[in-house]
Design a protein around this ligand. Sequence first.
Ligand code: TYM
Length: 332
Amino acid sequence: RPRVLSGIQPTADSYHLGNYLGAVRNWGILQADYEPFFFIADQHAITVEVDPKVLRRRTLVAAAQLLAAGVDPERSAIFVQSHIPEHAQLGWVMQCLTGFGEARRMTQFKDKSAKGGEGSSSVGLFAYPMLMAADILLYRPAYVPVGEDQRQHLELTRDLAQRFNSRYKKTFRLPEPYILKETGKIYDLQEPTSKMSKSASSPGGIVEMLDDPKVSAKKIRSAVTDSGSEVRFDEAEKPGVSNLLRIYSALTGSTIEKLEDEYAGRGYGDLKKDLADVVVDFVTPFRNATHELLDDQTHLTSVLAQGAEQAREVASRTLADVYDRVGFVAPA
Ligand code: TYM
């Protein structure tokens, strides 16, 4: 079976609806037909300063949420990035393959370093896409299920894989991004032309999966729409309504056309009220399952230990090939 691999950063106390619909939900779906590897990217999370206690807590909460979202440890290797030293080891090799200018063109680095300027960003933030390339290439996956905002990183990953293959010897498989048109970009509820984002959204713009469901319902009911009244999918004219329809469709399986018919002649208020109910019905069991997994962490810890073992087996073989091909002398 071809492999799939993806990762998520433990940079917040809860995933948001964009993380779930854009990425994690697809992980649960793909695990049936592929050999899946999914991990919590804790090493990426220290590219900006974070309290160690907070990072530790968030890493476990992130893992619990993966299980609650349907990623099944019987089928998928679920692990923590820092448990597999090969990520950082291959990351170094990837950095040595990357041009300075090439790294500087990464839009996410440009965005994230925009506030304090390049000078106040860590070298780790700059090198982040090369670590991400290593995360991926170690497992030689066919697909990488992510949201639209990771596309450029995937392109760099493919370039680096190709560069390594042609400079040394064919070693890496070129991974394909797996990005769904319908859910690859979920937008901020208050600012529906920007993506829903852990770091950039205002509290009212982001649905946190572990929030009190009543709070999430209220955020949906207060989402920004537009001055018209017709419920119609039109990204240019009606970005707010279109985003709500997108979320509604993804959570219920109903098509957007069907939803447009259903709400014909009714106003935005009805749409938002119903979607608020849909969101409550969805997040309530998710939240309960996550809390249950965190109450007694023995299951969670053993899942992560088992996942690390599976991951390490694959990662160590790839790294051994790489070290040999770049000319490192094998230790006696
Ligand atoms: P991260 O932790 O920021 O986000 C996790 C996943 O959620 C997706 N996502 C969204 N999808 C749709 N709409 C949104 N508004 C939205 N916001 C976030 C992201 O695209 C991502 O798929 N660099 C990665 C983590 C990573 C990784 C990897 C991913 C590290 N190594 C290797 C894949 C393979 C990141 O920061 O995702």
